[in-house]
Write a protein of this length. Structure first.
Length: 160
């Protein structure tokens, strides 16, 4: 069974976001082993300058990379990534399972994005939209799209 991880910086505190993610996690149990791995956000005070942002990204990037295994297929969620339709994401996940990949990681960075090291490790840079979303919402939308992809691949009724 495929393992799908969302590896993200920061913790969600609002119950409505965690409830939504929990609902998709429950639905995904039929298709994969689904995990949301929350990592600590780098602390800073005030508005960081470019050098401090570089340090923040590096520290968060190290934490992210420590959770990725060598054989994992990695999607880096970043605005400069490529946009896929739900059907294209479903096809990509199906192809990964068929090629023997056992773990797929979706990476969501902190408020400053992802470090160059994490982006370089990625097998695919994925963008949800050219718009900017709160990270909590991005987790919910991504969880839903992963569920939708599995429903598409199993010819379920969820996707119309």
């Amino acid at each position: 069974m495929l393992t799908v991880n969302i590896i993200c910086i920061g913790k969600i505190k609002e119950k409505y976001w965690t409830d939504a993610i929990s609902e998709y996690a429950k639905r995904l149990r039929a298709f994969c082993k689904f995990n949301v791995i929350e990592l600590d956000e780098e602390k800073f005070s005030g508005t960081p300058n470019p050098s401090q942002i570089e340090g923040i990204l590096a520290a968060e990037g190290k934490r992210i990379l420590s959770k990725i295994s060598g054989g994992d297929y990695v999607f880096a969620m970043c605005i400069e990534g490529r946009q896929l339709s739900s059907e294209e994401l479903a096809e990509r996940l199906s192809d990964l399972a068929l090629t023997g990949r056992s773990t797929v990681d979706f990476i969501i960075g902190g408020s400053h994005g992802l470090s160059p090291e994490v982006k370089n490790r990625a097998d695919f840079k994925l963008s949800m939209s050219r718009m900017t979303f709160p990270h909590q919402m991005a987790r919910v939308v991504l969880s839903e799209q992963i569920y939708r992809a599995f429903e598409i691949n199993s010819n379920g009724k969820y996707h119309k």
